[in-house]
Design a protein. Structure first.
Length: 248
């Protein structure tokens, strides 16, 4: 069944209307019309299975229907991803969304190849947020991650320790520990598993020593991903998969 996103501020199960862009996709791309069955979701766990009630003047209104809540996500997982070259960030956004990530923070490392000014950063954020919406629509995920504007690692840590129970940075450095050992130590100290976690993934060539030191100074624990050096997109998907397995 086709799925459409309605943002939380416009969400009312008794009066659901698709945005101009979603209406265009519904009517002109998918060729749907009155009476066709569709699903709408708000990105915060609510979903409605309904039909198209009206499509006058290109604006799609949906028939009122009871909303269904998806189970709450057990832990808030955030990804701090150094922006890779090419279209790999699109892939990371898509798969992170499918894996139930709550927040995605694109980071401009000292070794990041692309350079973005202020205006371009907002354009990229909007593009990546739209990619997350598409991933939700395609996968049946009803929780939409918030994608922040790209920022440098210095800017990300400027306010001090990020507000997560557990902070991790994927690292090639000697002494980096496996996630199970880190979680065991956290459980012994905190009396349970973390309700939120952040994992930082570096760019091609990894974060610089200065960036690793900054991350550790903010409370990030170096986590090993094993003996094989992974591509940044592989590292992101691997890390999020093991975190989802352990925490969700």
């Amino acid at each position: 069944m086709p799925r459409f996103y309605i943002p939380p501020e416009a969400w009312d199960p008794e009066a659901l209307t698709l945005s101009e862009a979603e209406s265009h996709h519904c009517l002109n791309v998918l060729r749907l019309g009155r009476g066709d069955r569709v699903t709408a979701f708000d990105g915060r766990g609510s979903e409605v299975a309904t039909t198209i009630a009206d499509d006058a003047r290109g604006a799609v209104r949906l028939a009122p229907a009871p909303a269904v809540r998806s189970p709450e996500i057990a832990a808030r997982i955030a990804l701090g991803q150094a922006v890779p070259k090419g279209k790999n960030m699109d892939l990371i956004i898509e798969k992170a969304t499918e894996l139930g990530v709550s927040e995605i923070h694109p980071l401009l490392s000292e070794r990041t190849v692309i350079k973005l000014d202020g205006e371009e950063r907002e354009k990229r954020r909007a593009k990546w947020q739209a990619r997350a919406v598409e991933a939700c629509k395609q996968s049946g995920q009803n929780y939409l991650p918030a994608v922040s504007a790209p920022q440098t690692t210095e800017q990300f840590f400027a306010a001090g320790r990020p507000a997560y129970d557990l902070l991790l940075v994927a690292s090639l450095r000697p002494g980096s520990r496996h996630l199970k050992d880190i979680l065991a130590e956290h459980g012994a100290e905190a009396g349970g598993r973390p309700a939120s976690a952040l994992i930082l993934i570096g760019p091609e060539g990894d974060y610089t020593p200065n960036e690793i030191n900054t991350a550790q100074g903010a409370g990030c624990l170096p986590m090993t991903l094993g003996p094989i050096v992974l591509r940044t997109e592989t590292a992101a998907l691997y890390s999020l998969s093991v975190l989802a397995y352990e925490l969700l």
